[in-house]
Design a protein. Structure first.
Length: 320
């Protein structure tokens, strides 16, 4: 708000030098850009937080699957041990029944002792059998859970592979479309799942200007034509300047304004010459604060177009 007050005061002082309508238009445009920048900065922060959350949940899920496999293996071993004990007790019970039949005529006292022993063994056998049934149920439930977890993990991996493949193919399409501009200050790289199209200012603008030159406009239109069919992308246009201060008495009169207005000029050309959905576009100004070369200031004067994939499908799957 202090920045806007300052600009308004400067505008009052300069009103005699700049047509009122042009000044007011530029001022309104700057306010709109600043508002949209705050909105999309918040969106970018939320996106980065969501991406970090995706990664954390994915790692937890992998750890849970490993633990579940280990627990299932242990449960299987316990099942086999209990199963062996069950058959051993069954064998003992059978032997006792045989001995009982042989000795039932020995006497009432012996008969009573054997009967009590047999009943105790039968009770223990029933208990072991019940434990075995419960263990089988738990083992089945764990196996089903493991299958579900592995299926979900496979689905996550599939979505990630598809996103990576789609990003790779899109990067190739973008590179091919802009091949004629590669030796004119334009580069295309893929980093962290995003595509970065960097254009040096000399390809787009004259010094201190926010009007895109013809050759730069051609490059932007070709890029927009490639992106207009990609409906699941977020396209951020960032303006960057060097550290040289501007001495102009009219807009833009500082590097912040220059970077923002240049990014909006780029977006206007892309939107007006393609079918890109405006919802996918965001303008941002970085001024002089994100340099890429400490020696060559010309490389810092640039426009960066950051193309990000839509991660909603991945987020929804992890959030379930």
């Amino acid at each position: 708000m202090k920045g806007f007050g300052f600009l308004f005061a400067v505008g009052i002082l300069l009103v005699g030098c700049v047509p009122a309508k042009k000044y007011n238009d530029l001022l309104e445009k700057e306010k709109l850009c600043s508002s949209e920048l705050e909105k999309y900065k918040t969106s970018a922060l939320n996106f980065e937080a969501s991406a970090s959350n995706f990664k954390t949940k994915f790692e937890i899920l992998e750890k849970d699957v490993k633990q579940l496999k280990a627990d299932t293996s242990k449960m299987g071993e316990e099942y086999r041990t209990l199963h062996a004990r069950y058959y051993k007790l069954a064998s003992i019970n059978e032997a006792l029944e045989t001995n009982f039949n042989k000795l039932r005529l020995v006497g009432a006292e012996e008969y009573s002792r054997l009967t009590s022993e047999l009943e105790a063994k039968q009770i223990e056998l029933q208990k072991r059998e019940d434990e075995l049934i419960d263990l089988e149920k738990e083992l089945t439930a764990r196996e089903q859970k493991l299958i579900a977890q592995e299926s979900r993990l496979a689905e996550l991996n599939q979505i990630i592979r598809e996103k990576e493949e789609a990003t790779k193919l899109l990067k190739e399409k973008v590179s091919n479309a802009l091949k004629n501009f590669e030796n004119k200050g334009l580069t295309v790289i893929e980093k962290d799942g995003k595509i970065y199209v960097s254009m040096e200012a000399k390809l787009l603008f004259q010094s201190g200007s926010i009007d895109v030159e013809a050759e730069g406009e051609e490059a932007l239109i070709q890029l927009a034509k490639v992106l207009e069919t990609e409906k699941e992308l977020e396209i951020i246009v960032e303006g960057h300047t060097d550290t040289d201060k501007m001495s102009s008495s009219k807009h833009p009169n500082n590097n912040w304004e220059l970077s923002v207005l240049r990014s909006t000029s780029v977006i206007s050309i892309m939107a007006n010459n393609s079918n890109i959905d405006p919802v996918q576009l965001m303008a941002a100004g970085r001024s002089e604060y994100h340099p890429v070369d400490a020696v060559d200031k010309a490389k810092n004067r640039r426009i960066e177009i950051i193309i990000s994939p839509d991660l909603d499908a991945l987020y929804n799957l992890i959030a379930d």
